[in-house]
Design a protein around this ligand. Structure first.
Ligand SMILES: Nc1ncnc2c1ncn2[C@@H]1O[C@H](COP(=O)(O)OP(=O)(O)OP(=O)(O)O)[C@@H](O)[C@H]1O
Ligand SMILES: [Mg+2]
Length: 382
């Protein structure tokens, strides 16, 4: 299935419905939006379907769009296969023209043809972080991983979602007071488009947005279907999405099929390790072994419970360890300036290393600060 299709300049609900059977997300936008989509920085759908049946000609923004985004499929829906229109469409770089009568088949064939030569849809990666117990440092890890991945994803962006209905504090960690929350996004998943999502998130760091937790809970459970729709929309929009997962929200924990990885955040305390074993078993049963891994917050090599003990109790490798640095963590929290923004201590370095792992980037080599006389004498040309 395609991830996103934009239906441009159309009021045809039936056409929209046909497209919904072909793509995870269909947005309807006015023709004027083609100008915005033609910008080099625009986040583009996989396919644009432009409806010119209201007597409209092929707009000039169509050719401008094609020049900037040669890979996006461009389909025109017309009343008849008029030769002047076909010529204009060809000049504008349109891939397909479909004429009335529109059928499920004619639309899906056209969309299939314009996407036939593309590789698998380039969906963003979504990672979830869940605490084995309260207070282990899950939000600290999620916030800092989002900011780290944001710095690696440019010019694309990273999104952090705080899915807590009660007591979510990613906003406090990032020093913002958001007007909107993930509840607004979940309420609007049937009409969510790039513009609406952009109005609900707040930029918290370069290339990093936050969709915050609400101030107050709605009092009822969230809907798994809306959660899944939101996740698939953000995956089609952002290069990376990091979710701060609430440990005791059944609806959220039941909607994580699309995640590329679920990281269970634990530490080396007995009660947390026991709980981690239980949570890991439940998540594995639901989403498969390979999706669930453990990371250790405030790791301590000297602790009574060693890394191997944690691995045994949880039944999987410890994927990464974040060192303990109470002073930096607390200062970052109180100032609303996450540690990952200041690249100067072991903890921020460990966020960076884990980010490189998730992004599949080789770790940077640290170049020697200065080369002594011996070094210069023995240096060879590559
Ligand atoms: N690596 C670390 N070293 C030292 N202290 C840390 C570290 N990570 C987090 N902390 C501190 O631990 C406390 C709890 O952190 P955080 O809010 O991230 O945990 P949490 O698991 O999200 O908690 P909750 O269950 O309330 O959501 C904070 O005071 C934070 O500063
Ligand atoms: Mg938290």
């Amino acid at each position: 299935m395609l991830s996103t299709v934009s239906l441009v300049g159309s009021r045809d609900r039936q056409l929209e419905e046909i497209l919904r059977t072909l793509a995870a997300q269909v947005t309807t936008v006015p023709v004027a939006d083609l100008t915005r989509l033609a910008l080099p920085s625009a986040v583009c759908p996989d396919v644009i379907v432009l409806d010119v049946r209201g007597g409209m000609e092929v707009p000039p923004s169509c050719a401008a769009f094609r020049r900037q985004h040669p890979d996006v499929g461009l389909v025109i829906v017309a009343s008849t296969l008029d030769s002047a229109l076909l010529l204009d469409a060809m000049r504008a770089g349109v891939n397909e023209v479909v004429a009335e009568p529109l059928t499920d088949e004619s639309i899906s064939d056209a969309v299939a043809r314009v996407t036939a030569n593309r590789g698998p849809t380039d969906l963003g990666k979504v990672y979830g972080f869940i605490g084995a117990k309260g207070g282990v440092g899950t939000t600290t890890v999620a916030v800092n991983m989002a900011i780290t991945l944001g710095s690696m994803s440019k010019p694309a962006r990273t999104l952090l979602i705080d899915f807590h209905q009660n007591g979510g504090d990613a906003a406090v960690f990032t020093g913002i007071e958001p007007r909107f929350s993930m509840l607004n996004a979940l309420e609007s998943t049937h009409r969510l488009d790039q513009n609406l999502l952009r109005s609900l998130v707040t930029e918290v760091a370069p290339h990093t947005d936050l969709l915050a937790a609400p101030d107050r809970s709605i009092g009822g459970p969230l809907q798994p279907e809306s959660i899944r729709r939101l996740i698939s929309f953000v995956a089609a929009t952002y290069r990376y999405t990091v979710i701060d997962l609430p440990k005791s929200d059944g609806a959220v924990l039941d909607s994580l099929e699309q995640l590329a990885g679920i990281f269970l955040v634990a530490n080396q305390e007995l009660a947390t390790v026991r709980s981690a074993g239980r949570v890991a078993a439940t998540l594995r049963q639901r989403y498969g072994r390979e999706k669930v891994t453990v990371v250790l917050s405030r790791s301590d090599r000297q602790a009574d419970i060693g890394f191997e003990d944690v691995e045994k109790a949880v039944g999987s490798r410890v994927e990464h360890t974040f060192p303990s640095d109470y002073r930096s963590a607390l200062q970052a929290l109180n100032s609303g300036r996450p540690i990952a923004l200041d690249n100067h201590n072991e903890l921020s370095l460990s966020f960076r290393r884990f980010g490189q792992k998730l992004a599949g980037v080789k770790s940077e080599r640290t170049a020697p600060k200065s080369v002594g006389l011996l070094g210069r004498l023995t240096q060879r040309r590559a």
